[in-house]
Design a binder for this molecule. Structure first.
Ligand code: NAP
Length: 248
C-alpha cells in the first residue's frame, strides 16, 4: 500500500529543486499533485507529464504565491476539481542576499512576501476545506538559517524564523480538528543552483557537516513524505532538521 494513495497534495514552487523532488516522491506514493510556479512554463508542463506517467493527476498553476487572492482562487479551483485537499507543502522561496547595510526595502519585502506571507496565504486558503474534512497536514519549508541566523541573510532568516512561529501557532489552533502543522529545516541541500558554485567552496561546506556530504532533494522529500502521511499522525508543531547533523 502506498503512503499517499488517493490523497490530494498542493506543493508550492515545484518546477525545480526541493519542491520538484517532493512532487516526484508524493506521486510515486499515489498522491495527486497540484503544484505552483512563477516563471518556468516548460518545466511545469514537463513535470505534469512526468507525474502523470506515475498514474496520478498533476496540474501546475502559474501565479505569485505572495498574492493572497491568487492563492484563494487556486484553492477554490482545486476543491472544485478534486473535492478535497489533504496536504499542503509550502515550499516556494527566494533569496535576495546582502548585508543589512546594503539591503533595500524591495529586497526585504520580496523575501518576506514570497517566503512568509505566502505561507499565511496558502494555509488560510486551505483551512476551511481541512476543517470540514477534520484532517490535513501542513508542511512548511523553513531553513537552518531560520533557526541559527546568517550574516548577509537577515531578510531570509527573518522569513524562515517567522515560518517556525506560524507553524507552531497553527498546530495549536487546529490540532483539535486533526490538522497537523510541522516545519522542515534543511541544511545545505545540493541542487542545480549549488552545482554552479565553485567546487572547492562546496567541498569545504561538505567537510564541515558531520555526515560529510550535502543533502539531496530526496533527503528532504523523504521527510516531507513522512510528515504528509499517516506515519506522522501524532506529530504536530515540530521543527525537524534535515541537515546531516550541521546544527549538532
Ligand atoms: P529553487 O530551486 O530556487 O526553486 C524555487 C521554486 O519556487 C521554483 O519552482 C520557483 O518557480 C518557485 N517560486 C519562486 N518564487 C515564487 C513565487 N513568488 N510564486 C510561486 N512560485 C515561486 O529553491 P530550492 O533550493 O529547491 O528551495 C526550496 C525551499 O527550501 C525554499 O523555501 C528554500 O528557502 C528552502 N531551503 C532550501 C535550501 C537549499 O539548500 N536549497 C536549504 C534550506 C531551505 P519558477 O521555477 O517558476 O521560478
Amino acid at each position: 500500500m502506498r503512503l499517499l494513495e488517493g490523497r490530494v497534495s498542493i506543493i508550492t514552487g515545484a518546477t525545480r529543486g526541493i519542491g520538484k523532488g517532493i512532487a516526484e516522491r508524493f506521486a510515486e506514493q499515489g498522491s495527486h499533485v497540484i503544484f505552483t510556479y512563477v516563471s518556468s512554463d516548460e518545466k511545469a508542463r514537463a513535470l505534469e507529464q512526468e507525474l502523470e506517467a506515475k498514474g496520478v493527476k498533476a496540474k501546475g498553476y502559474k501565479f505569485d504565491v505572495a498574492d493572497f487572492k491568487a492563492c484563494e482562487e487556486m484553492v477554490t479551483d482545486v476543491v472544485k476539481e478534486f473535492g478535497q485537499i489533504d496536504v499542503v507543502v509550502n515550499n516556494a522561496g527566494i533569496t535576495r542576499d546582502t548585508l543589512l547595510m546594503r539591503m533595500s526595502e524591495d529586497q526585504w519585502d520580496a523575501v518576506i512576501n514570497t517566503n512568509l506571507k505566502s505561507v499565511f496565504n496558502m494555509t488560510k486558503a486551505v483551512q476551511r476545506t481541512m476543517l470540514k474534512q477534520r484532517k490535513g497536514s501542513i508542511v512548511n519549508l523553513s531553513s537552518v538559517v531560520g533557526v541559527k541566523g546568517n550574516a548577509g541573510q537577515a531578510n531570509y532568516a527573518a522569513s524562515k524564523a517567522g515560518i517556525l512561529g506560524f507553524t507552531k501557532s497553527v498546530a495549536l489552533e487546529l490540532g483539535s480538528r486533526n490538522i497537523r502543522s510541522n516545519a522542515i529545516a534543511p541544511g545545505f541541500i545540493e541542487t542545480e543552483m549549488t552545482a554552479a558554485l565553485d567546487e572547492a567552496t562546496v567541498q569545504g561546506w561538505r567537510d564541515a557537516i558531520p555526515l560529510k556530504r550535502g543533502g539531496t532533494t530526496e533527503d528532504v522529500a523523504n521527510l516531507a513524505l513522512f510528515l504528509a502521511s499517516d506515519l506522522s499522525a501524532y506529530i504536530t508543531g515540530q521543527v525537524i532538521h534535515v541537515d546531516g547533523g550541521m546544527l549538532t
